[in-house]
Design a protein around this ligand. Structure first.
Ligand SMILES: CC(C)(COP(=O)(O)OP(=O)(O)OC[C@H]1O[C@@H](n2cnc3c(N)ncnc32)[C@H](O)[C@@H]1OP(=O)(O)O)[C@@H](O)C(=O)NCCC(=O)NCCS
Length: 176
């Protein structure tokens, strides 16, 4: 199901058809370093991840991580969307792109359009984001999107520190 189009991108729900792409993306060294190892090693694992992650989130919350592809040529380049974690009081933005498609503004273009869409659709007051403390390219991207760095925090008492970012709904519109 299509969610929206931007100037260069098409954003759609992830489906089992995306398992090959997900298998590749989730095993990129950058994904494992900055997001984590989801233990997805084959197509069946990827389908299970899709069922229990993005597709369960669409059912439960009406939003989730989506598939981002190029309008011109159709290459699938990454995933982007908001998630709702038990540990955080507001939805948080997530994104990951194949390295081949970095530094072309695709993450910014998809995240900006999606945040505006989800904030309006779900009447959100604010959106959060978390990164590992040394994920500088994500931090730069979040600040360009209007997020403010709120410093380090822990999602659980025994978990590693993460950097917390926050943007108010009015800040999303102002960052356009
Ligand atoms: C985080 C991640 C998505 C950022 O990707 P990215 O390619 O830097 O982001 P963008 O596509 O928006 O590109 C931004 C860069 O492209 C440049 N750019 C080129 N053309 C552009 C355009 N048309 N519009 C905007 N920026 C453009 C920007 O100046 C910027 O450069 P900079 O990083 O030197 O400041 C990517 O590094 C990634 O997938 N990392 C692994 C997963 C991850 O860390 N996820 C986040 C977990 S919190």
């Amino acid at each position: 199901m299509k969610v929206l189009d931007t100037g260069r991108l098409t954003i759609r729900h992830l489906e089992h058809n995306d398992a090959t792409f997900i298998l590749r993306l989730l095993n990129e060294p950058s994904f494992i370093e900055f997001i984590g190892d989801k233990g997805v090693r084959n197509g069946a694992d990827a389908c299970r991840y899709l069922d229990q992650g993005p597709m369960a989130s669409y059912q439960e919350h009406g939003f989730g991580l989506y598939r981002v592809s190029l309008k011109f040529g159709g290459d699938v380049v990454g995933i982007c969307g908001i998630l709702k974690r038990e540990e955080l009081p507001h939805p948080d933005l997530g994104f990951a792109f194949l390295p081949k498609y970095w530094s072309q503004g695709y993450a910014f273009e998809s995240a900006q359009a999606l945040m505006e869409y989800e904030v309006n659709k779900h009447q959100l007051d604010e959106v959060l984001a978390i990164t590992t403390p040394h994920n500088e390219s994500s931090g730069r991207l979040l600040e360009r999107l209007g997020f403010v760095d709120e410093g380090n925090t822990q999602l659980k008492p025994d978990s590693d520190e993460v950097k917390l970012f926050r943007v108010k709904a009015e800040g999303i519109a102002a960052a356009r």
